[in-house]
Design a protein around this ligand. Structure first.
Ligand code: SF4
Ligand code: FES
Length: 540
């Protein structure tokens, strides 16, 4: 396809905008073309001396969808190499998002086909985030984007993510940054860039407060080592080495690291570079990047990092108020940034209330990694479990608790789960022990709390966790997984063999999302961590 100049594409985008305004798609398109395509192309055109001849006007019988698709492929083609201008990347992201939204109206197969074609036009580029001056994050080649609940967000080869906090289409940018006059500069009052070393008996903890995003994971999960509002911030001899390492690796901003014998364990802290590139859109907080996605400035140069910062995982501001832009500095809490907005009319599922798959996975990992091996009754039973057993259990629990059917999709659902346990002669005593340990491990530090924070209309906590385990006594008949409805109310029906949880009767009072949640984390982090289990770094 011949490459075209910005002026050419701009004229075509303007003509398309006029035609779309008169079409059946007018409401869907709104000001999208104007804000996300025409504006960045116009900025490029104004900065360019090159003037293209007027574009050939397509025949009148060409539909607006066909014209949109033609323009999208033209602009996407310009993004196929490294170093495409920022305006072109932004316009491509806007157009790709628009065609995929139009395709959604046609059906999921159309979205898949069109996305595949766009991928073909923009192949094989390493995942990268470009921070535009006073504008959005431009994502190239990022294929894993997920919500705080671990649910996938559809990706396009070229995307534009909001960083001013004002987009009405979060996480996508809708051009609000330009309308509101967003400024992407750092604040001179930001916490200074200084790395400290806290020397302990077995391990030295390294920390740079100038990187911290104030998630509170460290202080909430290992309060004997990481001290909120106290000096010293870290006392490494206050915890076991494995607990400290887990807390350091879970730090989403990359502020923390550790050293053994005064040699920094950078590789271990960065998961030996084994994690797949991924971005979590955290609740009421930043984008949490993992898997070493490069982050560059508008001119393609690497964004400067603070001393000791991880390049494997870091947090990018999406509220627009960080003092350390583009990185998050924890200001989202102070400005009351909220996304997604809670729906007071809707009672959350237990899956949502618990914090979704990341939180459940964190819980099951901790359970099988720390508590089961120390239990004389359960340790031999799980000694030969598969490496991904905690993830499987998390997906099972998530599905039962009203979350997405990941267990059914990936592992074969109810019959598979039953057959996996058949013939193992599991006794009621073992089953009861598994449930009681899951609910109340002997040493609770860093372990999620469910009992006291359960929504009043939900099944009791032991009941909730006992329910899945009781299904193990059921025959492996081909039936779907029994699921908890949102927030309680009507108990699951028609599954006597599987055993349903002991729902409390007579409770019909509607509870809001917020009243269902236990503030397990420190106050400064509640905005991002208002879940019973707290957000974790694990995901699907
Ligand atoms: S980002 Fe969170 S886990 Fe990391 S140092 Fe800051 S408060 Fe602790
Ligand atoms: S998301 Fe903006 S400061 Fe954290």
């Amino acid at each position: 396809m011949p490459q075209r100049l910005p002026a050419d594409l701009l004229a075509e985008a303007q003509e398309l905008d006029r035609r779309m305004a008169e079409s059946e798609w007018a409401a869907l398109v709104g000001g999208w073309l104007q804000d996300c395509v025409i504006r960045p192309l116009a900025a490029m055109d104004a900065a360019s001396d090159a003037r293209a001849p007027s574009p050939g006007v397509p025949a009148a019988e060409v539909t607006v969808q066909e014209r949109l698709w033609e323009l999208t492929t033209s602009v996407t083609t310009l993004c196929a190499g490294l170093g495409a201008p920022t305006g072109v990347l932004q316009a491509a992201a806007g157009l790709q998002e628009l065609v995929c939204r139009l395709a959604e109206a046609e059906g999921p197969d159309v979205v898949i086909d069109w996305t595949a074609e766009l991928n073909r036009l923009q192949p094989g580029l390493a995942p990268q985030i470009r921070v535009t001056p006073d504008g959005p994050y431009l994502l190239t080649g990022v294929t894993t984007l997920y919500t705080h609940l671990g649910e996938p967000v559809p990706t396009r080869p070229q995307m534009s993510l909001c960083r001013c906090g004002e987009s009405a289409s979060k996480p996508s940018c809708d051009g609000a940054c330009a309308r509101t006059g967003f400024v992407g500069d750092k604040d001179p009052r930001r916490v200074s860039d200084q790395r400290d070393a806290y020397i302990g008996q077995q391990v030295t903890v390294l920390d740079n407060r100038g990187i911290c995003q104030h998630s509170g994971h460290c202080t909430d999960r290992l309060a004997t080592v990481f001290h909120l509002g106290e000096e010293p911030f870290v006392t490494p001899s206050g915890g076991r080495m494995d607990e400290i390492i887990r807390a350091v690796r879970d730090c989403p901003s990359g502020a923390l690291s550790y050293a053994v014998d005064m040699v920094e364990a950078r590789q271990q802290v960065d998961y030996a570079g084994q994690r797949e590139p991924a971005i979590e859109v955290s609740k009421d907080g930043p984008y949490r990047i993992s898997g070493g996605i490069g982050v560059v400035e508008g001119d393609g140069e690497d964004v400067p990092r603070n001393d000791g910062a991880s390049v494997e995982h870091y947090a990018l501001c999406r509220c627009g108020h960080s003092q350390n832009k583009p990185f998050c500095s924890g200001m989202h809490w102070y400005v009351g940034f909220t996304d997604p907005a809670p729906d007071p009319e809707r009672t959350p599922t237990i899956f949502e209330w618990a914090g979704g798959l990341p939180a459940l996975t964190r819980m099951t990992r901790l359970f099988y990694e720390k508590f089961v091996p120390a239990d004389p009754m359960l340790a031999p039973i799980f000694a030969n479990m598969s490496a991904d057993h905690p993830q499987r259990v998390a997906k099972w629990l998530g599905e039962v608790f009203g979350g997405p059917p990941y267990y059914s999709q990936e592992y074969g659902g109810y019959p598979r789960m039953i057959s996996e346990h058949a013939g193992k002669c599991l006794t009621d005593e073992w089953r009861a022990r598994w449930v009681s340990l899951l609910c109340s491990p002997p040493k609770r530090q860093g372990y999620p709390t469910i009992r006291s924070s359960a929504p009043r209309s939900a099944p009791t906590s032991n009941g909730v966790r006992d329910w899945p385990s009781r299904t193990l006594r059921s025959p492996p008949v081909p039936q779907p997984i029994c699921r908890c409805p949102a927030g309680g109310g009507t108990p699951p029906q028609d599954r006597p063999a599987a055993g349903c949880p002991p729902w409390r009767s007579g409770r019909t009072r509607k509870l809001s999302w917020w009243s269902c949640l236990q503030p397990t984390n420190r106050s400064a982090s509640r905005s991002t961590s208002r879940h019973s289990f707290g957000p974790g770094t694990a995901r699907r």
